[in-house]
Design a binder for this molecule. Structure first.
Ligand SMILES: C[S@@+](CC[C@H](N)C(=O)[O-])C[C@H]1O[C@@H](n2cnc3c(N)ncnc32)[C@H](O)[C@@H]1O
Length: 306
């Protein structure tokens, strides 16, 4: 079971037209898609996910509904996907980044540092290197860079060294084994109550394995030409690396002019394509955080095509 985050807020932000066309880039358990679908009369929603298990669940959930189209695709390639499906411009596109509870709870997928399973972490197991390939083969320097950049782990050098020292004796194959080695590399006085010391390293490996930030950046670049005037885009992020990208792109779309401030008139010719609807990101209420602690770091940002 996956509890959709900021569900009412997202549906409201999308300003759904009952006859509109929408794209949910991250179908997951289909909670957001179902809420959007309920607002449609003659409209249609395309629901994407890169994970074949999610696609199976979504197909079951929306079986027999001709207004919901489920497709296994990576949102990184959204313009190509839209072209392939012959959709044309749409009324709204949204994404709810990160992993679903299904992925976290299925220990064998390798996402969770609390449930033992093979160290895989690929959302699409047919796409790219697994976390096991990464920790067993990358240089200490490259591992350190990934753990620093995508995990913002200040003990990245110690963690990378501990991984390489251990794999020279015995290669990694399971999650808990890696989690314990990382825990041993983070000084005990920096272990926080309620957060496993390997959380940042696991996040970094997951982001790298799934090329998550590359995909998000490509999606943010791609949406500009896919939405009709007055249409909306909305993105739910779960950590600062994701939110920073969303914010940067929305600001750039709203104020694209690159002329120096002393220019009396714009000479670069770049015109705004989106207005930012959320000056400050929308965050979950205290009640939502209490009911679903996984929502605590969520931020929703919304833009409207002009
Ligand atoms: C947080 S969950 C979404 C939950 C969903 N909104 C719901 O209501 O159940 C994120 C989902 O996005 C998918 N995902 C992550 N990156 C993706 C990408 N680049 N392309 C397509 N799907 C992706 C994951 O497989 C996961 O199922």
């Amino acid at each position: 079971m996956h509890l959709p985050v900021l569900m009412a807020e997202l549906v409201q932000a999308m300003n759904i037209s009952a006859d509109g066309i929408y794209i949910d880039c991250t179908g997951g358990g289909g909670g957001h898609a179902e809420a959007v679908r309920q607002k449609l009369t003659t409209g249609k929603i395309y629901v994407l996910d890169r994970d074949p298990d999610a696609i199976e669940r979504l197909n079951q959930k929306f079986a027999g509904d001709p207004q919901v189209v489920v497709v296994q695709e990576n949102f990184r390639y959204l313009p190509e996907v839209v072209d392939k499906l012959g959709i044309g411009k749409v009324n709204g596109i949204y994404a709810d980044f990160g992993v679903s509870s299904f992925q976290l709870l299925e220990g064998e997928r390798g996402f969770s540092l609390r449930r033992d399973g093979e160290l895989d972490m690929r959302m699409n197991p047919d796409d790219g290197e697994s976390a096991k390939d990464v920790v067993n083969n990358y240089s200490e320097e490259l591992l350190g860079e990934i753990i620093y950049r995508y995990g913002e782990e200040k003990f990245f050098r110690r963690v990378a060294k501990a991984i390489v020292t251990r794999r020279n004796i015995k290669q990694f194959s399971n999650t808990i084994d890696l989690a314990n080695v990382v825990k041993g590399a983070v000084p005990a006085k920096f272990h926080k109550v309620g957060s496993h010391p390997a959380t940042k390293t696991f996040q970094a490996l997951r982001i790298h394995v799934n090329q998550e930030l590359v995909a998000i950046e490509s999606l943010l670049r791609g949406v500009e030409d896919l939405v009709v005037t007055g249409g909306r885009v909305a993105f739910i992020s779960f950590h600062s690396l994701e939110d920073r990208l969303v914010k940067e792109y929305l600001v750039r779309y709203e104020k694209p002019c690159t002329c120096p401030p002393e220019f009396p008139i714009c000479a670069c010719g770049r015109v705004p394509s989106f207005n930012i609807i959320t000056r400050k990101p929308i965050a979950p209420t205290d009640k939502e955080i209490k009911d679903n602690p996984l929502s605590r770091s969520a931020k929703l940002r919304v833009g409207e095509k002009i």
